[in-house]
Design a protein around this ligand. Structure first.
Ligand code: HDD
Length: 705
């Protein structure tokens, strides 16, 4: 997919610290060779262990200290390296940042995706915001864009962050729930803090259960500032758009995946990069001239608001490709330290109070998490540009500074490090500010509902259904009735129908009239209905086979899908191979019962009658098809495979027959095979349905799965 080389300046820098045990002997940490590490030194064969056994003590001591505090939020994450490259230089009118404006410059990056609520070992597929943090190792120093997969935030001022996080984290007495927001303390916070409402709409939407890290958008969230070489500022919002489109799982599926493969998103990212299917995102910017600062019906400094793309278009500026997995999870993914205040010339802050608090919090948290002020020299964090400071000493100092003078100004080290005076110098944007000191939220931050309504209005019918179900699920787990009522009351300010639908599901008296009339505006860009739907690249397709299968059909299915970029896997009742209907065998990739339909995007059942009969007799295989159908996935079968669909309860759909060689009824695609060959139209139908990801106009409410 991507042409970029995996080798870059960061990769070369890491070569200096990579350590491979190949051709080495076991030693102590002091470099003394050891020939025994299975038994401690004891006084006699059955006697006590001796204190002088320095190897045993060192080994156990190191082990005792292997853990560091997990991140207070975003503890669970997965990372990868890659590069960013701008398309052209037009953005130089707005920013002096070279990595955004020099199309010749390929900037190495490290990206860490994460969930927010759960611990390091929590499930991947929980309902949660996903972090999307990018460290750009630019030639002008490190720039960190520490964003999420949702463009709004829960709160407006960082002083509320500890309150919010305490509310969403597992409850303090029980430690429950892990990796979930469906509990009383979160919703109690929400009902008393209406500024959360816009973000709660996003959290209850399918954005909170992404199909893959590779298939989600990213947002810088805040309004930042670009500053050009002349010092002129322009407001900016950053967007990442995935080339594979934005796709999500369905709620029932996420809960099952949590059991079948709790590392689902992590594994997906790793395997696709390992297979050379490098995920790509386009970086886009929304630019707002400073003269237009007050032209919006919300405040640009309010992080609970978006700028609708229809009002200010997102202009693509470059591409991010992730093409290298880390070598060591702890050294790289765990020790990477992001900080919103890591900026480079050409990018600056605004007075968004959430951003200002973040600019304090991230450096502070790394000091405890990574044990001192020298974490910026850890391999994954180290800039590729030259680092020369007067900062000295501290825990884990791993540089040997040789200069005598550690102060500015000095004459003893020739005045060095000297003050630069070139285009790589960071100069703070000269914003004029004045005002009395005051602890008060600005009046311009007070509209908490309009954008929640905008989001609701922008959803397709199926997205609305999912949001209602999500509210019902979450509030259904809330024990205190007054909290359920409080949330419904706020929803009645967002949209009356939504409030009624939720209230009816959670046993609360539905409001009789709207608390606020719906403004009727929408932003089509917010709906996943309008996402990219032109590719089936990297989609996982299960091909179910059993003894007696038509090997020609299986080969054809594999070939046609692989040619289009999808990843077929042949599953059967046993490992190894199955007998083909003619002669020979069909190789099996995995046993059906080691996987499940929930980890696939689609399922195909090839002929013949014997194979279909064998599959139909196996409850697990039948359930596999039923469940895929239940979860709105494309389900395909050759004419004889139709029997399997019927056995799986996929009834009432139109099938291919002698009058029509291919049928596609609500994503159930069937074909009449001609001497072991399926018509090309079958694959075209299958591919276009799969490119749409799910078939939302299929009614599966009656399907038991
Ligand atoms: Fe934060 C981690 C994203 C508000 C304080 N945050 C963290 C990570 C992401 C975000 C992606 C994980 C970084 C990684 O992978 O290591 N945070 C956001 C976004 C926010 C936001 C998009 C709002 C727009 N965060 C926010 C506020 C505060 C913090 C208001 C505190 C006042 N965030 C932290 C933190 C973390 C963190 C405690 C935990 C671990 C870390 O920083 O390195 O400092």
């Amino acid at each position: 997919m991507a042409s970029q080389s995996r080798r870059d300046a960061k990769d070369e820098q890491l070569d200096q610290v990579r350590k491979d045990p190949q051709d080495t002997n076991l030693t102590t940490q002091q470099g003394v060779k050891i020939d025994h590490t299975d038994d401690a030194l004891t006084a006699g064969e059955r006697g006590p262990t001796l204190l002088e056994d320095f190897h045993t003590r060192e080994k156990i001591t190191h082990f005792d200290h292997e853990r560091i505090p997990e991140r207070v939020v975003h503890a669970r994450g997965s990372g990868a390296y890659g590069q960013f490259q701008p398309y052209s230089g037009w953005l130089s009118d707005y920013t002096a940042a070279r990595f955004l404006t020099d199309p010749q410059e390929q900037t190495p990056v490290f990206v860490r995706f994460s969930t927010v609520q759960g611990s390091k070992g929590s499930n991947d597929t929980v309902r949660d915001v996903r972090g999307f943090a990018t460290k750009f190792y630019t030639s002008q120093g490190n720039y960190d864009l520490v964003g999420n997969n949702m463009p709004a935030f829960f709160i407006q001022d960082g002083i509320k962050f500890p309150d919010f996080v305490h509310a969403v984290k597992p409850e303090p007495d029980t430690g429950i729930p892990q990796g979930a927001s469906a509990h009383d303390t979160l919703w109690d916070f929400v009902q008393l803090q209406p500024e959360t409402m816009h973000m709660m709409m996003w959290l209850m939407s399918d954005r909170a259960i992404p199909r893959s890290y590779r298939m989600m958008q990213g947002f810088g969230v805040h309004t930042f500032r670009l500053v050009n070489a002349e010092g002129r500022g322009t407001f900016v919002k950053f967007h990442w758009k995935p080339m594979l489109g934005t796709h999500s799982l369905v709620w029932d599926e996420t809960q099952k995946i949590a059991g079948k493969n709790s590392d689902y998103n992590r594994q997906d990212l790793w395997e696709n990069i390992a297979n050379g299917d490098y995920p790509e995102w386009e970086l886009g910017v929304q630019l707002v001239d400073e003269s237009r600062e007050h032209d919006f019906d919300f405040d640009l400094l309010d992080a609970t608001k978006i700028i609708p793309e229809e009002e200010v278009p997102v202009q693509p500026v470059g591409k991010l490709t992730l093409n290298r997995n880390p070598d060591n999870f702890f050294a790289e993914t765990e020790q990477v330290a992001f900080h919103t205040a890591n900026v480079v010339p050409g990018i600056d802050f605004t007075n968004d109070p959430l951003l200002q608090a973040r600019n304090f919090s991230y450096l502070d948290t790394q000091l405890i998490r990574l044990g001192g002020p020298n974490f910026s020299y850890l391999p994954v964090n180290r800039a590729i540009s030259d680092i020369s400071t007067h900062q000295r000493d501290g825990f884990q100092q791993n540089r040997v500074h040789t200069s005598k003078a550690t102060y500015h100004k000095n004459s003893l080290s020739g005045g060095c490090p000297a003050m630069a005076d070139d285009q790589d110098v960071f100069r703070h944007y000269q914003e004029k500010v004045e005002g009395a000191k005051i602890s008060k939220r600005s009046e311009s931050f007070k509209d908490h509902y309009s954008q929640a309504t905008l989001f609701w209005n922008s959803m397709a019918h199926w997205e609305k259904d999912h949001i209602i179900s999500a509210f019902r699920f979450e509030l259904g787990k809330v024990e205190h009735t007054h909290i359920r009522e409080g949330v419904v009351e706020h929803l009645n300010h967002v949209d009356h129908d939504l409030a009624v639908a939720v209230a009816e599901g959670v046993g609360v008296t539905p409001p009789s009239t709207a608390a606020r009339s719906n403004h009727g505006k929408s932003s089509p860009a917010l709906s996943q209905e309008n996402s990219v739907k032109d590719t089936i690249a990297t989609r996982q397709v299960a091909v179910l086979v059993a003894d007696g299968v038509d090997s020609g059909e299986v080969e054809q299915i594999k070939q046609e899908l692989t040619d289009r970029g999808a990843v077929p896997q042949v599953l059967s009742l046993r490992d190894g191979s199955v007998r083909a209907s003619s002669s020979g065998h069909v190789q099996v990739d995995a046993r059906i019962d080691t996987l499940a339909s929930v980890v696939f995007d689609a399922v195909v059942v090839p002929g013949t009658g014997e194979s279909v009969q064998n599959l139909s007799a196996d409850g697990y295989s039948v359930h596999f098809v039923t469940e895929a159908y239940k979860h709105f996935k494309p389900v395909a079968a050759s004419q004889e495979g139709v029997a399997m669909l019927q056995r799986a309860g996929v009834n009432g759909v139109r099938h291919a027959d002698d009058s029509q060689s291919v049928a596609n009824d609500h994503g159930v695609i069937t074909a009449v095979s001609n001497e072991g060959s399926l018509p090309s139209e079958f694959f075209e139908e299958f591919a276009s349905t799969l490119a749409g990801h799910r078939v939302w106009d299929r009614d599966t409410s009656h399907v038991p799965a």
